[in-house]
Design a protein around this ligand. Structure first.
Ligand code: PHE
Length: 359
């Protein structure tokens, strides 16, 4: 091997042994750098004759080109290897299954409330929302609840700041205050329309359209066990007109229960009871004819004909206007519908429990 052939083969071997671009540049310096082996040979040509210079120069140049070619091949190879490494590290396996976004859903009690609203909506009932912090007036006094009624005691009611000593504010103990709030608004609105000569009485023969509303929402009592929670839900119902009777209550509530539970042979019982704001009053019980609860009477609502004092507090003449009200427990309806026996499960927020109700 000539000295030039040796240098070229040494250069190829040195380049081939490098694994990084920096190593390669260092190896390059050994051959093509200022004191590299090729450069040294060039310097050595000074002593040669003109003819020798020509042939030796050409030979050195060929070797230099061969080394430069080897260098650029190695550069390319290292760059390719680097790219391959990077591609491998960042590889996407497009055959992997996609990540799924967890699907949220409504709380079982919300599903019940939606169902209640849909069913009563189909019977022409409006849906109203009211405040959870109430005044003594709307929660008790306007509802004909006497000063010494046990429901007003500290044991049963969460009193909060505001109001007066004699009439403190409180977390509403039922949705019944909405009877008064809604009726008062309704009366005000239609009085104004009548006064402005714009009343549209429709089928109602009186001076004002009927009041037909449900008011679902949260309610609060000092109570806590498997079937009572300090916060629970109620849904009020109110229908006031000139000719609304207990018979309508029976019809509406029976129709509601049968639709809600999807059971035509479900039976209802109106058991005499007492509420200060209704007279007569009844507790409504239902009985299933089949399923795990078949044959048992289950209480689902309080109800009654709206007391004349309450009608008066609505701003209406009890001699002319009459109707019924009911208050049911959506939590209890949810328990019955899905066969849940502990109310607290609804409020623990355990996703394993709650996710079972998605439909
Ligand atoms: N507010 C009553 C309760 O909380 C239920 C009820 C509502 C009774 C309307 C009669 C009429 O128990």
């Amino acid at each position: 091997m000539t000295d030039l052939e040796t240098i070229v083969s040494d250069a190829k071997a040195a380049f081939g042994a490098t694994t990084t671009p920096a190593d390669l540049e260092n190896a390059k310096a050994l051959f093509l750098g200022k004191s590299g082996r090729i450069t040294e040979l060039m310097k050595g040509m000074a002593q040669l004759s003109v003819d020798e210079k020509k042939s030796r120069g050409a030979a050195i140049n060929l070797s230099k080109q061969a080394i430069e070619a080897a260098l650029s091949d190695r550069r390319q190879a290292l760059a390719d290897a680097e790219l391959q490494k990077q591609l491998k590290a960042e590889a996407l396996d497009v055959s992997l299954p996609g990540r799924q976004r967890a699907q949220g859903g409504l709380h079982p009690v919300s599903l019940t409330l939606e169902r209640i609203e849909a069913i009563f909506g189909s019977m022409g009932f409006d849906v109203a929302q009211g405040p959870e912090i109430e005044t003594d007036w709307f929660n008790f006094t306007a509802l004909n609840t006497p000063e010494d009624h046990p429901a007003r005691s500290m044991h049963d009611t969460f009193y909060v700041e505001g109001g007066t000593q004699a009439a403190p504010n409180l977390l509403r103990t039922h949705t019944s205050p909405m009877q008064i709030r809604y009726a008062v608004q309704h009366v005000k609105k239609h009085r104004a329309l009548i006064d402005a000569g714009k009343s549209n009485e429709g089928a109602f023969t009186g001076s004002m359209p009927e009041i037909r509303v449900i008011a679902p929402g949260r309610t609060y009592r000092v109570d806590s066990d498997a079937t009572h929670s300090p916060m629970f839900h109620q849904c009020e119902g109110l229908w006031i007109g000139e000719n609304v009777s207990f018979k309508d209550l029976k019809f509406v509530f029976t129709d509601f229960c049968r639709t809600f539970f999807e059971s035509d042979d479900l039976v209802l019982r109106f058991r005499p009871s007492f509420f200060p704001f209704t007279e007569p009053s009844a507790e409504i019980d239902i009985q299933f004819s089949s399923g795990p609860l078949a044959g048992k009477w289950l209480e689902v609502a309080g109800s009654g004909q709206v007391h004349p004092n309450v009608v008066r507090n609505m701003g209406l003449d009890p001699e002319k206007y009459i109707g019924f009200a009911f208050g049911m427990g959506p939590d209890r309806l949810t328990m019955l519908r899905y066969g849940v026996n502990d109310l607290r499960l609804f409020f623990d927020g355990d996703i394993r429990f709650l996710s079972q109700f998605q439909n």
